[in-house]
Design a protein around this ligand. Sequence first.
Ligand SMILES: CC(C)(COP(=O)(O)OP(=O)(O)OC[C@H]1O[C@@H](n2cnc3c(N)ncnc32)[C@H](O)[C@@H]1OP(=O)(O)O)[C@@H](O)C(=O)NCCC(=O)NCCS
Length: 182
Amino acid sequence: MPHTLTTPRLTLRPWRASDCVPFHHLNADPRVMEHFPSTLTPQESDALIARINHHFAHHGYGPYAAELKETGAFIGYIGLYTPTFEAHFTPAIEIAWRLAADHWGRGLATEGARAVLHHAFHTLNLASLVSFTVPANQRSSRVMEKLGMICRRRTLLDGIDSVIYGIDRGEFEQRGWTFAGR
Ligand SMILES: CC(C)(COP(=O)(O)OP(=O)(O)OC[C@H]1O[C@@H](n2cnc3c(N)ncnc32)[C@H](O)[C@@H]1OP(=O)(O)O)[C@@H](O)C(=O)NCCC(=O)NCCS
């Protein structure tokens, strides 16, 4: 059973069947999918959940379902994923996030991702993590920077112009965060 992580405002937990419909809405929103090739159909959204659950079963970690403690609402995912394409930095583990647009701009992605970094380095004993996005996705690269991730390179990933950020355990420790969650 994968871990559940908590932060002051979020529970990061395994996925439930009740997450499917709000995840359909989230993936059908052009604001959320602005920097991806297209929005997702409900079938594509369900297939993504199946891949996420498979990832958890195979690795013991993955992109956690993010739930707002205050309301119990499912608002997206924050967690770890193993990229399947080849690049100069693979094999690697990615930290990734996707939240419903109504919840942006309140520091939730950064808060949840900080708990994931802590879990990755202190419980899973991973050595380093990467994150990447297109240069235009400044919301996402801003989250990477707030986490203390360092922009290592700008390059083509799977043919797409991308910025690659990274952080290793030592760089994470240097941030010296006193982490309120567990
Ligand atoms: C990326 C995402 C997870 C960020 O979630 P969030 O909870 O709003 O993130 P945070 O509030 O922790 O931080 C967002 C930062 O981006 C900044 N920001 C917001 N809009 C911005 C813009 N247009 N340009 C530059 N920075 C922007 C915010 O000001 C904030 O930085 P600050 O704290 O220094 O002010 C969310 O926008 C999302 O789900 N996007 C769609 C999916 C996606 O692109 N996922 C990433 C794929 S790589």
